[in-house]
Design a protein around this ligand. Structure first.
Ligand code: DGL
Length: 276
């Protein structure tokens, strides 16, 4: 894949595969490199400076492997690092290359899901504290009222392989009660964290029927397609061999097991040593 110009997908760990699989379904012909920073996951409680440092290292690694365009699939990194990466780091270090996040494409499509305009967001504490979704909603969907709920226990549960059972149900019920207390008119729950779509079966079982649960990958994939149509100078530089490489900064076996267990993806990941 040495001469390939793939699309890079960066995440703090394996959760970004929930976004990547939707991108692959929609745009299967391009070459891709997925990089999960499992050695340093989770990012959800880390400081702005730390997330920025880790994200620039990850994106820089993907650029060094030939990627021309990187999608930061991680909401926490999109919330805390993307603006600085786009406005300062990229022009200084990699003018001509591009980095996209997941928050803006999500927010741009959210209006089509809600009738009441009362939308809940579940995300990591870091994403909620950053107010990034609220800032983007004010710009791109000002009629939507956003009710944010930090869900600190959901990533550890998913990472531990707990996708069902009393522990998961207890926390989903708890976070939903807290969310509903903010507004009884919420009709849409936006999953603003890469890991949460893995809890979809329990979310659908436990949340009231009238509440639509929105999976971000389904919004990010068409938005990426649209971006590539609007930017032929980027699109034409990408190679189309349909090849996928999976890199992790931690144990490959663990990554492969989780990818298979949760995504049904049989993959053989490679260890990445990224500049620390
Ligand atoms: N990828 C993160 C996100 O979407 C969740 C895991 C983490 O905290 O690193 O916010």
């Amino acid at each position: 894949m040495a001469d390939n110009k793939p699309i890079g997908i960066f995440d703090s760990g394996f959760g970004g595969l929930t976004v990547f699989r939707r991108i692959l379904e929609r745009l299967p012909r391009y070459d891709y490199i997925y990089l999960g920073d499992n050695a340093r996951t989770p990012y959800g409680n880390r400081s702005f400076e730390t997330v920025l440092k880790f994200a620039t290292q990850g994106v820089g690694h993907l650029f060094s492997l030939g990627c021309r365009l990187v999608v930061i699939a991680c909401n926490t990194a999109s919330a805390k690092a993307l603006r600085t990466i786009q406005q300062a780091w990229l022009p200084r270090n990699y003018p001509g290359l591009r980095v996209l996040g997941v928050i803006r494409p999500t927010v741009e499509s959210i209006r089509s899901f809600t009738k009441t305009n009362h939308v809940a967001l579940w995300a990591t504490p870091g994403t909620v504290r950053s107010e990034s979704f609220a800032i983007e909603i004010a710009k791109y969907a000002p009629q939507v009222k956003l009710f944010q709920q930090a869900c600190p226990m959901l990533v550890p549960l998913v990472e531990a392989g707990e996708l069902e059972g009393p522990g998961v149900d207890c926390y989903i019920n708890k976070y939903w009660d807290q969310t509903r207390a903010q507004s009884p008119d919420i009709d849409t729950l936006l999953l603003g964290c890469t890991h949460y779509p893995l809890l979809m079966p329990r979310l659908k079982a436990l949340l009231p029927e009238g509440v639509r649960v929105v999976e971000q990958g389904l919004l990010v994939a068409p938005s990426l397609e649209d971006y590539l149509k609007r930017h032929p100078e980027i699109e034409s530089a990408l190679t189309r061999g349909g090849a996928c490489r999976y890199l992790t900064t931690d144990q490959c076996q663990y990554f492969d097991e989780l990818a298979e267990k949760f995504m049904g993806l049989k993959i053989s990941s490679e260890k990445a040593e990224i500049a620390g």
